[in-house]
Design a protein around this ligand. Sequence first.
Ligand SMILES: [Zn+2]
Length: 318
Amino acid sequence: MITYKCGRCGRITEFYFSREQTYKLKQCQCSYCNTVGNWQLYDREIADVILEREDARAKRIAANIGPAESDVNKCKEELKALAGQLRQREWQYNKCQTSIAKGQMSTSEIDTARKAIEEITDKMVAATQKLKDAELIYLPLKEQAADLGNRQAVNAKAPDAFEAAKNVKRSKNGHLKLYIGNRNYVSSHGTQNSTKKARLLDVPVWSPGLNVAWVEGGISAKAVFKIKLNAGDPYADIPESVLQAFRETPTYDAAEFFRLCKAQGKGSLLWYDKDGKSRPTWTALEIWVLLRAGYRFTFADSKHDGAGRKIVLVPPPG
Ligand SMILES: [Zn+2]
């Protein structure tokens, strides 16, 4: 994935072209102004563009989430009512059985009771399907809304996140150093002391755009980004085959990066593949932002993590 700017309207768009495929741009139309093939590579800061898109998406979600939620609730009410009816019919059916056993009732009456149960059961199957369909619309909206955070707070905090990373203090060996990685693992690292805490994204609200703002703050200061790996936890580690790809190509093509994450990094620090979701992790997003800014991977031995597992993304020279 790589970002281009429309030469006519100035809007930013992503295309999934590798470096070799940029000739395809000639045929691409701007979805805002319909101009074809007028694209310039855009490798400058992108947090504001992402935050703006998040605002627009949050607005659309807010408009749809209310009706979707009430649909789900209606379906749940319907199911509850049917379950009540079913209990009642089953009670009647059992009563019929007792009466038949006592010779007080003909078997045809129990057939009627059984049919009534079958009818309600059919209705419940249909209502369950309806609930599932309604949830299929509602739950993703709810999740997307949660992912976008409280917009007012996110927009207020994004500049703070940018500044915090931009003003990171030098380490003992003179590096402006920031940490990225699995959020739980990295933040547990940050609890060790305030210097470490200041090297990671530490804000009470979060969205991808805010995260990108923090990374770009570090980029503007030419900070280095160390990927914290935790060998015991697949979700906090990167598969060896992927690391090998980075070793072979330290300036990995940002356009190809997500493809690699998906192909070889599922269930790792790079690709979230759980609960029916399949998307780049926030760490992958951070690395992508660094790659598109010209950062490259460096590898060294780590006392803590073993040979070749000290991975630091460093800015382009100059
Ligand atoms: Zn345009």
